[in-house]
Design a protein around this ligand. Structure first.
Ligand code: 13P
Length: 256
């Protein structure tokens, strides 16, 4: 019922030259295919135009890793959601744990960024997830509940069509340690119940919830097969065409 999404978050990797090479490899592998799910890449801002050339007319979707909370004006160094849409993006990641950690971003900023994204017609991919210490303290669900409750009800125009959730347990990001299927399913099911309470049962049934954290071709199948996991947000394994496409194939098989 929910269309799968495999999304690559390139983070601070691949300038226009290398990004174009990877986009070309993905695009040529997907060319002429009738995909059951969606495939998205989120390059650094300066690489977006180079990738847009390959995404146009292809099933490959293009997104950004962040956007400004402001629409326009004197905000040096920022990039607006409207600019991203003009550059060919359909999606934007908001609230990644690395922005929470390194830029100290918090809920009011996430709300404003997602609202700007929606005003620009973009689909926001909202990231959340607990730290290792929080899981060890038995607080994983409470942390996730607070992260969802702090943002979702405040959004001006969120729907299951313009918002995607990405559960990314911080202890699994870039560590090689993946959530077990049991943990992933439990946290996704819990997240969906939160969405039902905050946005209604229909939105919860339709909203896509991605898993992120050391997802790779060898574990993607068992994760994507879980009933509340609708695809993945992929970091390291999205930087190589073969491994990213291996994850895309896992999603396609599950959707079959
Ligand atoms: P890794 O796949 O490298 O663990 O990163 C996950 C992530 O943060 C995607 O946004």
């Amino acid at each position: 019922m929910r269309r799968t999404l495999v999304a690559g978050n390139w983070k601070l990797n691949l300038g226009p030259g290398a990004g174009a090479d990877l986009a070309a490899a993905i695009q040529s592998a997907l060319a002429g295919r009738k995909l059951r799910g969606d495939v998205l890449v989120c390059p650094p801002y300066v690489t977006i135009p180079a990738v847009a050339a390959f995404a146009q007319g292809s099933p490959l979707l293009l997104g950004a890793q962040d956007c400004s909370d402001q629409a326009k004006g004197a905000f040096t160094g920022q990039v607006s959601a409207v600019m991203l849409a003009e550059a060919g993006c359909s999606h934007v990641i908001v609230a990644h744990s690395e922005r929470r950690q390194y830029q100290r971003e918090t809920d009011p900023l996430f709300i404003a960024k997602i609202d700007r994204a929606h005003e620009a017609g973009l689909i926001a991919v909202f990231c959340y997830g607990e730290l290792l210490d929080e899981r060890r303290a038995g607080r994983a669900e409470a942390v996730v509940a607070a992260q969802l409750q702090g943002v979702l009800p405040q959004l001006a125009q969120a729907t299951a069509d313009n918002l995607i959730l990405a559960y990314e347990p911080v202890w699994a990001i870039g560590t090689g340690e993946t959530a077990t299927p049991a943990i992933a399913q439990q946290m996704h099911q819990y997240s969906r119940a939160q969405v039902a309470a905050l946005l209604g049962a229909d939105a919860a049934a339709r909203m896509r919830i991605l898993y992120g954290g050391s997802c790779k071709p060898s574990n993607a199948r068992e994760l994507f097969a879980l009933s509340d996991v609708d695809g993945g947000l992929i970091g390291g394994a999205s930087l190589d065409a073969e491994s990213f496409l291996g994850i895309v194939e896992a999603a396609e098989e599950i959707a079959a």
